[in-house]
Design a binder for this molecule. Structure first.
Ligand SMILES: [Zn+2]
Length: 124
């Protein structure tokens, strides 16, 4: 059972259906092939408050014990500015108390045993 109607596009803003985009990555059926795919799936996991997936894709060297979601915080959209082999620069827009904010970050990723992990990021 999906929480979303079948025609709702993926939260990551790819324009694709979730089943053709982040959903199989988050379920673990299709490992992310590129850092951009992992980045998109992690953004989608944030919109869904999926702490399990976020922790699973966080490198053990920087992984927090747990993730607290701010109930006031509503993710609006993701824009990938640039990505290369192991970094993704993105702008994520979110709303708190009806005010929009932007998170502009360059994230670093590392691949181990064929799987990508988020390491850390620099605010831009
Ligand atoms: Zn997606």
């Amino acid at each position: 059972m999906s929480k979303h109607p079948p025609d709702t596009p993926c939260p990551c803003g790819s324009g694709k259906k979730p089943d053709d985009c982040c959903a199989p990555v988050i379920k673990g059926n299709t490992p992310a092939q590129t850092v951009e795919t992992l980045m998109r799936s992690r953004y989608t996991a944030y919109t869904q408050h999926n702490a399990n997936y976020l922790l699973k894709t966080w490198h053990r060297s920087t992984r927090p014990q747990s993730i607290e979601f701010d109930k006031q915080m509503q993710w609006l959209r993701l824009k990938i500015v640039h990505s290369n082999d192991n970094t993704v620069e993105f702008i994520a827009t979110f709303r708190i108390n009806s005010k929009a904010h932007k998170l502009h970050e360059k994230s670093r990723f590392v691949q181990e045993h064929g799987q990508w992990f988020y390491v850390d990021g620099d605010m831009m």
